[in-house]
Ligand binder design. Structure first.
Ligand code: NAD
Length: 338
């Protein structure tokens, strides 16, 4: 039997990706929505044939506790609202998926994990790339040392933003391109090396549009250092477009360009092109979590992984604020999570 998913926040990602993905999933389907707009609730009801009893306003989310049609709540709101809604969904007894980045502070992540544990529900991140065949191949090539030991990683995830939106409001976004895009570079560096970073050095890019980038950085570059000597050189900006992951190893290289998009990924290695069928990443991710819920097994992208990445991003900001000073990380608690 398929599990019911309710999307909280009906913005671009829900509309363009998650709603459509939930029509392709085997283990779950779109059962309900939570939105502040009555018009949007009605549009979604008509489009996905949702019963009126499964439409909620943000203020009435708690009423889901008595609705057995909703098993999983998927929080797709601006970053600073993730913590509140994950905690409220957990208290209503629902399993939760949280979009990236998990939250705007490590403390919030801790509270989210605690609330889910207390409620006895599972918490997963919306980390779709762990279910993408090209990115899974990068994990295999790196972690299994198919081209020998990895030496160096270059990752760039950037996208141009031209006009005001919540992503440019530090209070709602928790930061700029690092929080929105850079999280993919952080993830990639860890899943290719299979290691946790021990130190960070970072620098903000100069602001070319101070009118637009008032409360978040316009761009940031950082280096992640691993105990084995591997290095990842990463970049994220709102003033250019970039989307790549290049890995140099002892006996060859492998790369994705584009690397982090929903589709159209292209991969090559020093031995030739990567060939994989196109899939809808979000459908694979949702189905994996629904299967975890059915068998009461932890997600492979759990809340703890989201917290780990927020901890790394906070260290990147700390280093950039200190003008590139080396900031050390102590991530031993996350040792078995890659
Ligand atoms: P969006 O701006 O298109 O939608 C945000 C939604 O939140 C809107 O429906 C808006 O009405 C609602 N909202 C509720 N309270 C709000 C408030 N106080 N201020 C602003 N909006 C408010 O954003 P989006 O692109 O759908 O992103 C939502 C979340 O999904 C973010 O956390 C983002 O990082 C994540 N996301 C993930 C991916 C991915 O590939 N995994 C892609 C896009 C977005």
């Amino acid at each position: 039997q398929k599990l019911g998913v309710a999307l909280v926040g009906l913005g671009r990602y829900s509309e363009g990706q998650l709603g459509p993905a939930l029509t392709e999933t085997q283990h779950c389907y779109l059962a309900g929505v939570v939105s502040g707009s009555e018009e949007k609730r009605r549009q979604w009801q008509a489009r996905y044939d949702l019963p009126g009893s499964n439409l909620y306003h943000y203020d009435t989310l708690e009423a889901m506790a008595g609705n057995p049609a909703i098993d999983i709540v998927y929080v797709v709101l601006p970053n600073a609202l993730h913590a509140e809604y994950v905690i409220r969904a957990a208290k209503a007894g629902k399993h939760v998926i949280c979009e990236k980045p998990m939250a705007t502070s490590v403390e919030e992540c801790r509270q989210m994990i605690h609330a889910c544990r207390e409620a006895g529900v599972l918490l997963s991140m919306g980390y779709r790339l762990h279910f993408d065949p090209f990115n899974k191949e990068m994990m295999r090539l790196g972690q299994d040392e198919i081209f020998g030991k990895v030496k160096r990683i270059v990752a760039d995830d950037s996208m141009t933003i031209e006009k005001e939106e919540w992503r440019l409001d530090g209070a709602l976004a928790g930061g700029g391109p690092l929080m929105n895009n850079g999280v993919y570079c952080v993830q990639a560096a860890l899943f290719v090396t299979g290691e946790l970073p021990v130190a960070i050095r970072a620098e903000f890019s100069p602001k070319t549009r101070p009118d637009l980038f008032r409360t978040v950085e316009e761009g940031i570059q950082w280096e992640m250092e691993f105990a084995s000597g591997k290095k990842a050189i990463c970049e994220s900006s709102y003033s250019k477009d970039g989307n790549l992951l290049r890995v140099t190893a002892e006996r060859g290289w492998f790369e994705l360009d584009p690397a982090y998009e929903y589709k159209g990924l292209k991969g090559r290695t020093s031995q030739g092109p990567m060939e994989f069928p196109a899939i809808r990443q979000q459908a694979a991710q949702l189905d994996d979590f629904a299967s975890c819920v059915k068998r009461s097994g932890a997600s492979r992208v759990p809340g703890e992984m989201g917290m780990r990445d927020v901890e790394i991003m906070m260290a990147i900001y700390e280093s950039a604020r200190k003008g590139g000073e080396r900031v050390t990380l102590h991530l031993e608690a996350y040792q078995d999570m890659i």
